[in-house]
Structure formats: structure tokens, C-alpha cells
Ligand binder design. Structure first.
Ligand code: FMN
Length: 195
């Protein structure tokens, strides 16, 4: 055995999506964000395409990001926009000092299909989330539709050929770590063949 099975299992099962509304406001340090992102880059990726791109918004940068995204939401939703939702988005920038915009640099004419690079990015995000969990930091991958609005895209600041893959919020949770969620039993999702 190369690693503690019980520690590894506990880490994976303990990982939870914790939304910024449940963050305490305690700041996440830049060194931790760097460590978290470093581990993202060690995710498997077919052909070593290393398709992940990150734009880290910290402190005042996170506050401004979420204020701009709140405006992008209102523009995107138009008449259907809800003031409460716009305020919620803005408040995330007050509650959370570290937001990572996730980007995907996929070579459309290259050897590997889009889904493989997306899978690699998702594996990277899982690594991020597990590292956060080890630190007692909550992570939250958010993929709202309004990120497709030109104002949101320009705010995130990726090159034109980088696909937006959502936001990853980091923050220490207020109070207790959330309890375990729910999953279907393995027999519902698995078929075995032994011959
Ligand atoms: C690709 C991806 C996108 C997600 N986008 C959102 C989102 O936009 N809003 C949200 O509330 N949760 C989002 N989630 C988090 C899921 O809701 C969460 O993983 C699920 O409820 C299971 O909870 P757990 O992560 O605590 O196990 C996303 C998860 C993934 C993998």
C-alpha cells in the first residue's frame, strides 16, 4: 500500500460542494490557491494537452469580478432578471476572496476530441476540490448560463479561443462541515461480467 486507504477514502467522501453563501469570510491565502491549482495540473489528460487555463480573482479582484458578473447576469436575463439574484451574485464577491475562472484551451483541429479535454479539466477540478477539502476549505463549481454573455466573457478575460468552463469558489465554511450527501447504491450503476 502506498497511501493510507482510510485517509484517501475519507478525503474523497468528505468532499462537498459548499456554496459561497455558506463561507465564513475568513480569507484563503494565495499560497493555498497556488497549491490547489498546482494539483489541478497533475490530472490525467490525453496527449498531455494540459487544456486547463485559470484566471484567479483574489481579494478586491474577486469583489470586482462578482460585481461585474452581477451586471452581466442582469443584461443576460433582461426583463426576467431578478434583483435578488443580481444581489446574491454581487454578495459572493464580498463573502469569498478567491474565485478561479476555469477555461479550456481546446485545439479544435487537433488529435483529441473536445470531450477528452473537458474530461481532463473536470479531473483537474476534482483534484482542486480534494486539496481544498484537505485544507478544510469549501469548494464550489458553478456554471451559470449568464457566463455566456459578452460582458461576462470579457470580465473573465480569457483569450477568444478559450472556452469558459465556469467558476470555482474557495472559502472556509461557517460552522460545521456539511454532512455527507446522497448517492445511488453501486448496484444501480454497475454491471459486472466475470466470464
Ligand atoms: C460540471 C459541474 C458543474 C456544476 N455547476 C453547478 C452550478 O452551476 N450550480 C450548483 O449549484 N452546483 C453546481 N455543481 C455542483 C453540483 O451541484 C454538486 O456536485 C452536486 O450537488 C453534488 O454535491 P457534492 O459535490 O457536495 O457531492 C456543478 C458540478 C459539476 C461537476
Amino acid at each position: 500500500m502506498r497511501h493510507s486507504i482510510s485517509d484517501t477514502s475519507a478525503l474523497i467522501l468528505d468532499r462537498r460542494s459548499i456554496s459561497p453563501e455558506r463561507f465564513s469570510g475568513r480569507k484563503v491565502h494565495r499560497e493555498i490557491v497556488e497549491q490547489v491549482l498546482h494539483h489541478a495540473t497533475w490530472a490525467p489528460n490525453h496527449g498531455l494537452t494540459q487544456p486547463w487555463r485559470f484566471h484567479v480573482f483574489m481579494d478586491e479582484g474577486a469583489t470586482q469580478l462578482m460585481a461585474h458578473l452581477s451586471e452581466a447576469y442582469s443584461l443576460f436575463a433582461g426583463e426576467a432578471a431578478m434583483a435578488s439574484k443580481a444581489e446574491k451574485i454581487k454578495m459572493r464577491g464580498e463573502r469569498c476572496n478567491a474565485v478561479v475562472a476555469l477555461g479550456l484551451a481546446h485545439d479544435a483541429g487537433g488529435r483529441f476530441p473536445l470531450w477528452e479535454d473537458q474530461a481532463a479539466l473536470a479531473a483537474g477540478v476534482q483534484n482542486m476540490h480534494l486539496m481544498c477539502t484537505a485544507h478544510g476549505i469549501g469548494g464550489f463549481w458553478s456554471t451559470p448560463k449568464f457566463l455566456a454573455h459578452p460582458k461576462a466573457k470579457s470580465t473573465l478575460g480569457f483569450e477568444d479561443d478559450v472556452l469558459g468552463m465556469g467558476l470555482f469558489y474557495l472559502g472556509y465554511p461557517e460552522g460545521d462541515w456539511p454532512s455527507k450527501g446522497h448517492r445511488k447504491p453501486l448496484e444501480y450503476v454497475t454491471r459486472w461480467t466475470n466470464t
